[in-house]
Design a protein around this ligand. Structure first.
Ligand SMILES: CCCCCCCCCCCCCCCCCCCCCC(=O)SCCNC(=O)CCNC(=O)[C@H](O)C(C)(C)COP(=O)(O)OP(=O)(O)OC[C@H]1O[C@@H](n2cnc3c(N)ncnc32)[C@H](O)[C@@H]1OP(=O)(O)O
Ligand SMILES: NC(=O)C1=CN([C@@H]2O[C@H](COP(=O)(O)OP(=O)(O)OC[C@H]3O[C@@H](n4cnc5c(N)ncnc54)[C@H](OP(=O)(O)O)[C@@H]3O)[C@@H](O)[C@H]2O)C=CC1
Length: 515
């Protein structure tokens, strides 16, 4: 029997961000491995016209939870959705709910965050910093609390090249920032934001660093651990390979490439693609929860869960495998044939953007206009290129993350726990993982039917022929224009034609001789 699975039996667990990508996989694994847990409290806000209950039912009815329903048939009764908005004071939780949370919670997993790179500083600080502070305050009033696990990101200190498993100080104290945001107006905040975030590439990574500072400074005597995952990707093994459900990180890029919108990207091909499967992250989270509660380390431990130092893959290898998968399992109705040109040169990248992205979008919009439809491709392309430009920082650099604590924890686990809660990324086969990832994007994100593959392949063939035809026509037109204007071009043309003629005559003569 797994010690970690047994530890969560009978426990009341509070999860923030349970409706997010990481939160769902965390809940799934908890229910599957510890079906005898007492209750999972999730802090949820109503969204997109759905009530809390509808949101919970939608999650439980998804394919992700199919196995859970077999091992834990009363899973609906074990989830307690609590109305909460982390943007508001006291999270807008009712008195009764708050009382229950304070008196019953044993373990907290704090996953909620805004992960948008372009959020406003005010909103990102509210969610990634102030809400963390508020949750810590709540935690300090929970008599039964055994561990508080805070989810940060490996990029919270991406302004450094080598990152240790320690909390680094930020140039400006988190308290000062929270205080000043209370009285500064939005226009001034926008103006000072670049100065505040300094060498952090965006507000997200900066506010996640501030969030860690809050954890360090406001931890009181709680048992806390921080987990820093790198780029969280589709599931590797559990509950099944390839599960994804949002367009963040690589997912949106894989869609845009598979649909033929994105054919080139400014990326350093040999830079490390530090993707880590979401189930690996969740396994570490559960192991850390157990270790923090049972062993009670004297200080707050930070755990890196990254792939680069143990089993590195680079963007080139990833791009090649993604393209190879599109050959076998293409996405439906691609705009152009998928391609992946990587360049780290700004000029070449601008060239590709003009020729491979903007020009086809303009041509397609002209076609839409001519056929009486509303043009939309240029707008879509501009949006895509903006998104890609925001990711560029992360695909043109490599970082080194030390993983002493993560390795120490691995060595503390029993063989059974190492199997059930496996976070040893050395066992990952990248080619297999990437293929399943692309397949997962097709099935679970795009919701495309596998029966449509032959038709998609036919369309790819047609697009390839159109591509060759278009290029040949373009070449002939350019050449014809050149011949009309330049004597030199004419001479070259006559030389090539006479050379070919002589070659063919010689070939014919020699074959006649043999007969
Ligand atoms: C040719 C080359 C080929 C290569 C081959 C391929 C090889 C693979 C290469 C891979 C390289 C990748 C590198 C990754 C690096 C990641 C680094 C992360 C590091 C940190 C990691 C972390 O620590 S933490 C997570 C990171 N954080 C994000 O990664 C959020 C970023 N992102 C945003 O910050 C916003 O995205 C941003 C951008 C502002 C735009 O913002 P935006 O407003 O323009 O667009 P939105 O995102 O809002 O959404 C646009 C529309 O998609 C709709 N939509 C949303 N979800 C949907 C769903 N599930 N299904 C259907 N549709 C969905 C939505 O409803 C909108 O539709 P509508 O317009 O109709 O409403
Ligand atoms: N995905 C990645 O690549 C990485 C993620 N991380 C970290 O992992 C954690 C989880 O990320 P991930 O699951 O990908 O993110 P998601 O965007 O998928 O999920 C974010 C979660 O936070 C919740 N949330 C946001 N705002 C509020 C609010 N005001 N009140 C209540 N809940 C709110 C969301 O709820 P709702 O559904 O209502 O919007 C959602 O459940 C984050 O802390 C992130 O920084 C770290 C490294 C990489």
């Amino acid at each position: 029997m797994s010690t970690i699975a047994a530890f969560y039996g009978g426990k009341s667990i509070l999860i923030t961000g349970a409706t997010g990508f990481l939160g769902k996989v965390l809940m799934e694994k908890l229910f599957r491995t510890s079906p005898d847990l007492k209750v999972i409290y999730i802090l949820v806000r109503p969204k997109a016209g759905q009530t809390l209950q509808q949101r919970v039912f939608q999650i439980l009815d998804s394919k992700l939870f199919e196995k859970v329903k077999e091992v834990c048939p009363n899973v609906h009764e074990k989830i307690r959705a609590i109305y909460a908005d982390l943007n508001q004071n006291d999270f807008a939780i009712s008195k009764e709910d708050m009382q229950e949370l304070l008196s019953c919670t044993n373990i907290i997993f704090h996953c909620a965050a805004t992960v948008r790179f372009d959020d406003t500083l005010r909103h990102a600080v509210q969610l990634n910093v102030t809400a963390t502070r508020q949750l810590l305050l709540m935690a300090s009033q929970m008599p039964k609390l055994e561990a508080f696990i805070h989810i940060s990101t490996a990029y919270s200190n991406c302004n450094l090249k080598h990152i240790d498993e320690v909390i680094y100080p930020c140039p400006v104290e988190q308290k000062k920032i929270i205080d000043s945001l209370e009285w500064l107006d939005d226009a001034i905040i926008d103006e000072i934001t670049p100065k505040l975030i300094r060498d952090w590439p965006n507000i997200y990574t900066y506010t996640k660093a501030l969030g860690e500072m809050v954890v360090q400074q406001e931890s009181r005597n709680l048992n806390i651990a921080i987990i820093r995952p790198s780029i969280v990707g589709a599931t590797w093994q559990e509950p099944f390979p390839g599960w994804v459900d949002n367009i963040n990180g690589p997912n949106g890029i894989i869609i845009a490439t598979g649909k033929g919108f994105l054919r080139a990207i400014k990326a350093t091909p040999m830079a490390v693609a530090d993707v880590i499967p979401v189930d690996t992250v969740v396994n570490l989270m559960l192991a850390v929860g157990w270790y923090t509660a049972v062993h009670r380390p004297k200080s707050t431990l930070v755990y890196h869960i990254t792939s680069g130092n143990m089993n590195p893959c680079n963007w080139h290898k990833m791009g090649v495998q993604v393209l190879a998968t599109f050959e076998k399992i293409p996405f439906e109705r691609p705009f152009r044939r998928p391609n992946a040109n990587f360049t780290s040169n700004s000029f070449t990248s601008q060239y590709w953007n003009a020729v491979s992205h903007r020009a086809p979008a303009i041509i397609y919009d002209c076609y839409l206009r001519l056929t009486g439809r509303k043009p939309r491709m240029t707008k879509l392309m501009n949006r895509l290129l903006r998104t890609v430009s925001m990711l560029e920082y992360f695909i043109n650099r490599s970082w080194e993350w030390s993983t002493y604590n993560t390795e120490m924890l691995m060595s503390e686990l029993s063989p059974e726990d190492q199997r059930v809660f496996n976070f040893d990324v050395r066992q990952l086969n990248w080619l297999e993982y990437i293929e399943n990832y692309v397949l997962g994007v097709k099935k679970y994100l795009l919701k495309e039917d596998m029966a449509g593959i032959p038709k998609a392949k036919q369309r790819l063939k047609r697009l390839r022929n159109i591509h060759y035809l278009f290029n040949t026509a373009l070449f002939l037109i350019a050449w014809r224009l050149l011949i009309a204007r330049s004597q030199m071009a004419r001479n070259v043309w006559f030389f090539i034609v006479s050379f070919c003629y002589k070659f063919l005559s010689y070939f014919r003569a020699s074959s006649t001789l043999k007969v």
